[in-house]
Ligand binder design. Structure first.
Ligand SMILES: *Cc1c(COP(=O)(O)O)cnc(C)c1O
Length: 392
């Protein structure tokens, strides 16, 4: 089938109803193992001589549909599904490194990715450095003889700083180092790192891709060669795979990704402008704000600014917590990308594991809050935020 537009592929790619009794919705192959017609068939599947399923930790038809769909959405060759975003991050990072290697990482990554890099250093002597990645020269200077991965989050959680993906991919090519991008905050609808020259994309599918707050899952996309290798090593042998039911929920959620993202972005833009003007607010960090230092870069590499807004309340931690406790519609919860508007306090929640000194360097102060703008009417979200801000 020829490739269609993004909005069409998210609904159809990887599923052929007439091969499944005409069922409009794809079947959930809720099975652990697959029956071989003969001993020889089993032998040739294990030998890789014959296509076909063996065991659901290796591959499952419902999960494979999702893998084909995400590969198409990121414009890559092959997708892999994992039991969580962190299962994807760890399978990719461990798969691309060995003892003695070095990972160059953008500043202010997801808290558990920070934890994983520490663990890899302690257990396997795989070192890492955090780097702002703001210009080519400083990246060249930070690359060592042992650097085997450049790992980027953009926008960076929760400060919304951006990294110029095309620029970093250009430098990495000079050295033949693969660039891995955690694209969770944007989803492939807003940003496609592979199109900008990066090599692997990772998602916490738990967030925008699912969109309904009912699945923990991870996805990764890259070249057929690399992904097939990872499928047979860190994915299969560490074993953090996705269940068929979760894959089915994700296939369902993904169908509405473009319409949901449009609304998330529209609501966030309206709310960011209003939050910025409120006297109880110190500053707003939102890539769609014309005063945002990297507004131009956001326009260059993202289709729209996304649904996440970070902002600092005037005052201290107590003021931030008082504001949160005054909210009624907005829910206090980590995670993002759901229909419900969610707020969290990075310093004591998602980034509590990061030592205070690093946290301050990253710009994660005690007054910083991160809002995941939901799909409710923006007027109702604003009424809620406003009444809580008025109490600070
Ligand atoms: C949530 C998140 C992760 C981890 O994903 P899980 O599905 O919770 O394991 C990784 N990166 C980013 C940017 C995230 O927001």
């Amino acid at each position: 089938m020829e490739t269609k537009r993004f909005e069409t592929e998210v609904i159809h790619k990887g599923y052929h109803a007439l091969q499944h009794h005409g069922s409009l919705s794809p079947p959930i192959f809720q099975t652990s193992t697959f029956v071989f017609d003969t001993a020889e068939t089993g032998a040739s599947r294990f030998a890789g001589e014959q296509e076909g399923y063996i065991y659901s930790r290796l591959s499952n038809p419902t999960v494979a549909m999702l893998e084909e769909r995400i590969a198409s959405m990121e414009n890559g060759e092959k997708g892999l599904a994992f039991g969580s975003g962190m299962a994807a991050v760890s399978a990719i990072l461990i798969g691309l490194t060995k003892t003695g290697d070095h990972v160059l990482c953008s500043e202010g990554v997801y808290g558990c990715t920070f934890g994983l890099l520490q663990l890899m250093e302690e257990k396997f002597h795989i070192t890492h450095d955090f780097h702002p990645m703001h210009n080519e020269e400083s990246i060249r200077a930070a690359i060592t003889d042992h650097t085997t991965v450049i790992y980027i989050e953009s926008p960076i959680n929760p400060t919304m700083k951006l990294v110029d993906l095309e620029m970093v991919a250009g430098v990495a090519k000079e050295y033949g180092i693969p660039v891995v991008v955690d694209n969770t905050f944007s989803s492939p609808y807003l940003q496609r790192p592979l199109d900008l020259g990066c090599d692997v994309v990772i998602h916490s599918a738990t967030k925008y891709l699912c969109g309904h707050g009912d699945v923990i899952g991870g996805l990764a996309v890259g070249s057929k060669e690399l992904m097939s290798h990872l499928a047979m090593t860190t994915q299969k042998d560490i074993g953090g795979v996705m269940s068929p039911f979760d894959a089915w929920l994700l296939l369902r959620g993904i169908k509405t990704l473009p319409v949901r993202m449009d609304r998330h972005c529209e609501n966030a833009k309206k709310l960011a402008d209003l939050i910025k003007e409120h006297p109880a607010v110190e500053k707003v960090l939102f890539p769609g704000d014309t005063d945002f230092p990297q507004y131009e870069l956001a326009n260059k590499q993202m289709r729209n600014a996304g649904g996440l807004i970070s902002f600092e309340i005037k005052g201290d931690k107590a003021a931030a917590q008082k504001f949160m406790n005054s909210l009624k519609l907005t829910k206090i919860a980590v995670s993002l990308g759901d229909a419900e508007t969610l707020i969290q306090h990075p310093a004591t929640m998602t980034h509590a594991v990061v030592p205070e000194e690093n946290r301050m360097k990253m710009g994660i102060t005690d007054q910083l809050l991160r809002l995941s703008v939901g799909l409710e009417a923006w007027e109702d979200i604003w009424s809620d935020l406003q009444q809580a801000l008025n109490q600070v």
